[in-house]
Design a protein around this ligand. Structure first.
Ligand code: PLP
Length: 374
């Protein structure tokens, strides 16, 4: 198998899996229980949260653990009591769909998928309370200039203050795809809310976190025992968080090595592939390769490649599964036929050079076959 879909899912890191194991049986205790072994588990859970928080320059208490990035993104929007939200046109559906509940308006992107700062400026009216821009896009890998956006937001806040406008303005970012390759630091990015996703950093699925800065007030995602600072009641997913923390620790240790490895593999792949147009030419994470074979049906390429043991996708796994046209590729100006012919390859830890040569050969073969069918 040559797996080239690491943006959809990553296998759990062996060290993370080992770290999780004891918490399923020997250390199964409910962290809220009063006896000593449970208190030890509660302590280890908090320590694990501390590790995740440390990786983004925050403290354990700044994080609300969730059941993945979808829930974290949804929770972030609960900061909106009144007013409107803005979100980038290329956001994941877990942002777009929740933004629709808050009279969301999309901010345009350029042909590389980068935010149009002029459009953002024009749309930040006094009723806007939250702006959501993913650090790295999940279909193109486009990295957004978050700190530039944050400084623009600071200016708007000062301007509002000077005019006596009381409505706050928050910046939320979904960093699900970024943590394997980028150094993510909340202060440097200037975000008030940040979504993390264990499943994309070689941690277990169904675990995520929302970083919440001190001045942001959220509505609880669930009411009950008061866990997660009262924002998400329910017995803690101890093994999940322990695994997430170990995965984050490993990811942050290997950031530079990963970037170098993926850049090299990407170079090899692009030099050996034929007759394609590269879609994500600029500002993209090194492990994202989006190819356009205009006039060819990429869905058919996916099936042909699957037969040869190569797993790729046309875009976000959930959208691809529903046969929906990619809103991301449409937002960067691709025509319907270009969108139909687009393949997303995302590199990861399971890949090596030998696989990449083989993948290039098999993709070329599949494209030639599809072309000959007319
Ligand atoms: N945000 C981004 C950028 C993603 O890539 C994904 C997963 O594909 C999600 C959110 C949703 O994550 P989950 O399905 O783990 O809730």
């Amino acid at each position: 198998m040559i797996y080239l879909d690491h943006a959809a899912a990553t296998p759990v890191n062996k060290k993370a899996l080992e770290a999780m194991r004891p918490y399923f049986d020997e250390d199964f205790f409910n962290p809220s229980a009063a006896y000593l072994p449970a208190k030890k588990v509660a302590h280890e859970y908090e320590e694990a949260k501390g590790v995740i928080a440390h990786a983004i320059g925050a403290k354990a208490n700044d994080l609300v653990i969730t059941a993945g990035a979808t829930e974290a993104n949804n929770l972030a929007f609960s900061a909106v009591l009144d007013g409107r939200v803005l979100y980038l046109a290329t956001e994941h559906d877990s942002v777009r769909k929740v933004a629709e509940q808050y009279s969301g308006e999309a901010i345009e992107v350029d042909k590389n998928g980068r935010i149009d700062l002029n459009d953002l400026k024009a749309k930040i009216t006094d009723d806007v309370i939250l702006i959501s821009v993913a650090l790295a896009n999940n279909e193109l890998g486009t990295i957004q200039p978050l700190s530039e956006i944050a400084s623009l937001i600071r200016e708007v806040r000062l301007n509002r203050l000077s005019r006596g406008v009381k409505r706050p303005l928050y910046l939320h970012s979904d960093a699900s795809q970024a943590m394997n390759l980028l150094n993510v630091n909340v202060a440097r990015l200037g975000v008030d809310l940040l979504t993390l996703n264990s499943a994309k950093v070689y941690g277990p699925k169904g675990v995520g976190a929302l970083y919440v800065s001190h001045d942001v007030k959220l509505k609880p995602a669930s009411y009950g025992g008061g866990q997660e600072q009262g924002l998400r009641s329910g017995t803690e997913n101890v093994p999940g968080v322990i695994g997430f923390a170990k995965a984050v620790e490993e990811a942050t240790k290997h950031l530079n090595g990963n970037r170098k490895k993926y850049a090299e593999l990407k170079k090899i792949l692009l030099s050996e592939l034929k007759d394609y147009e590269l879609v994500n030419k600029k500002h993209s994470l090194d492990n994202f390769i989006v190819l356009c074979y205009n006039g060819i049906d990429a869905e058919r390429l996916i099936f042909l490649l699957e037969d040869k043991g190569v797993y790729v996708s046309t875009g976000a796994a959930c959208a691809a599964n529903k046969g929906a046209k990619s809103h991301v590729l449409a937002a960067i100006g691709l025509s319907d036929s270009e969108i139909n012919g687009s393949l997303r390859l995302t590199l990861g830890e399971t890949n090596d050079e030998e696989q990449i040569h083989e993948a290039a050969r098999l993709i070329n073969e599949a494209v030639t076959l599809e072309k000959s069918r007319g």
